[in-house]
Design a protein around this ligand. Structure first.
Ligand code: NFE
Ligand code: MG
Length: 519
């Protein structure tokens, strides 16, 4: 029996730890831990509620647009403007959000996940003329291999040419991400942390030159996605096709839906391009009832409250809590463990009959002679993310052309309210909800339940492990000193710990040990 500890496992995006007990080469027990406390929700208490759309974005530099928009949705309801967002406001929100999806998904594949599959050392004897590859070769010659190491050794399966191409695309992807950030900034003012999404709509105004600038950037991104990102995911899938059978998890999925097509005041009835719902392993879609969402803290370093709905939730740390092992809470839906993310969204669209999604998903499955079951896997998550990136980028171009220069983008409202509001939305990594309680014009309570909380949360009071833990349990590990299987599973979820945990200590004190490998 061996205990594998990977700490930290996240390449950027906060500090996450995985512990796996391996017996006869198979994972018997797994623990996923978020190793930082944040408490951003507490910062909002007593403040002007509108601050939420700015402050909550500081949860994370990768997905701030989603937190800004989830906050705006919650504030729309609290201020009673949820049914009167103008078409321009709605479309601008979609464009700002969509460009961030494109940036985040390219980041995930190339900078965060691909290094588990691509052997960068293939550049050591590179003799061609690609300037980026020459730079990487130079890096290797001088012994500067970060950020490509530390890494595990022994299971890099791409050919030399494939490795070289993938490394060149890694560098190209950095420029593409900058372009996507630029696209967010066209209407968002800046990135990260846009300035224009507010309760009641958006403060930016559409002009012909901004629309043209946005579309020009999106066309280059679509070109990159079609010519590099999708083919590279297929190249990896081809060499590592066993990963269509590894890392399934809880096989129950949830999407809050994303990209509004109308302004129905009820977010469970609002028509969204990516639909809302719960998808079961037999590919049936159920309607979502947000009153069934709870968070519990049985194994988290928070004061015990039992499962509570986010409107009643609290963020009170208890670092000494016996048995606890994570700063992440355990969100549940009617007591059920659910996976969220691009796979959940593509499944919800697929099951709802979206022809474009069905065409893309069936196309990938057909190439590998696989049934939809194969989607519940490491490669299913990567393929879903890539397909979503393509379809989102293409939609953004169409939507940008629907903007009406000169028409309003914002609806005014009365600030003096005692009310509450729910913001159901999707971040690149999955279902994101913000809940606000407003009293006397001030924030009385605020809770954010974020995608990585759903995916990387710990085991609950009933003993049900979280989705990532379930994905790890039962996995065969070929080499305990190089547990590729485990890192590939965890990273396929694109965990973001900055989002999921609820700041290092004010003194900058270390809250965890850095151990890479078997203990
Ligand atoms: Ni920090 Fe985030 C996203 C949110 S967390 S990246 O996407 O919300 O999973
Ligand atoms: Mg929270």
């Amino acid at each position: 029996m061996a205990k594998i500890v990977i700490d930290p496992i996240s390449r950027v995006e906060g500090h996450m730890k995985i512990e796996a007990v391996v017996e006869n080469g198979v994972v018997k027990e797994a623990k996923s831990s978020g190793m930082m406390y944040r408490g951003l929700e507490n910062i909002l208490l007593g403040r002007d509620p509108r601050d939420a759309a700015r402050i909550m974005q500081r949860i994370c530099g990768v997905c701030p647009t989603s937190h800004g928009l989830a906050a705006a949705f919650a504030l729309d309801e609290a201020y009673g403007v949820n049914g009167s967002i103008t078409d321009n406001g709605r479309i601008l929100r979609n464009l700002i959000q969509g460009a961030n999806f494109v940036q985040s998904h390219i980041l995930h594949f190339y900078q965060l996940a691909a290094l588990d599959y691509v052997d960068v050392t293939a550049c050591a004897d590179y003799s061609g003329s690609d300037p980026d590859l020459k730079k990487v070769k130079d890096f290797i010659a001088r012994g500067h291999l970060g950020p490509f190491v530390p890494r595990y050794e022994g299971d890099y399966r791409l050919s030399k040419q494939e490795n070289l191409a993938a490394v060149a695309h890694y560098v190209k992807a950095l420029n593409m991400r900058r372009l996507a950030h630029d696209a967010v900034a066209v209407f968002g003012g800046k990135m990260p942390h846009n300035m224009s999404i507010v309760a009641g709509g958006v403060t930016a105004t559409p002009t012909i030159d901004k629309i043209a600038g946005f579309i020009w950037r999106m066309e280059q991104l679509i070109d990159f996605i079609n010519s590099y990102y999708l083919p590279d995911v297929l190249m990896v899938a081809n060499r590592y096709s066993d990963y269509f059978g590894i890392g399934a998890g809880c096989k129950q999925f949830m999407s809050f839906g994303c990209f509004d097509l109308d302004s129905n005041p009820d977010l469970t009835k609002r028509h969204r391009w990516l639909p809302q719902g719960i998808v079961s392993s037999d590919l049936k879609l159920r309607r979502l009832d947000p009153s069934k969402i709870t968070e519990e803290v049985a194994n988290s370093w928070f004061k015990e409250t039992g499962p509570v709905h986010p409107y009643d939730g609290s963020t009170d740390a208890d670092r000494e809590k016996a048995g606890a092992y994570s700063w992440i809470k355990s969100p549940r839906y009617d007591g059920e463990v659910l996976e969220v993310g691009p796979l959940a969204r593509m499944l919800a669209s697929y099951v709802s009959g979206d022809k474009a999604v069905q065409g893309q998903v069936n196309g990938v499955l057909g190439k590998f002679n696989a049934s939809p079951d194969a989607l519940f896997s490491v490669l299913g998550r990567h393929a879903s993310r890539a397909i979503e990136t393509k379809l989102v980028a293409e939609k953004l171009k169409d939507w940008a052309l629907q903007l009406q220069p000169g028409q309003p983008t914002f609806t005014d409202f009365n600030l003096d309210v005692n009310s509450r509001g729910m913001g159901l939305h999707e971040a690149p990594r999955g279902a994101l909800g913000h809940w606000i309680v407003v009293e006397g014009g001030k924030t009385k309570n605020y809770q954010a339940v974020v995608p990585t909380t759903w995916n990387a949360g710990p085991t609950d009071a009933k003993g049900q492990p979280g989705p990532m833990e379930q994905s790890l349990i039962g996995t065969k590990v070929k080499d305990e000193r190089n547990p590729f299987e485990l890192v590939r599973i965890v990273r396929s979820y694109d965990p973001c710990l900055s989002c999921a945990v609820h700041v290092v200590t004010p003194k900058g004190e270390d809250l965890g040990r850095f151990v890479v490998g078997a203990e």
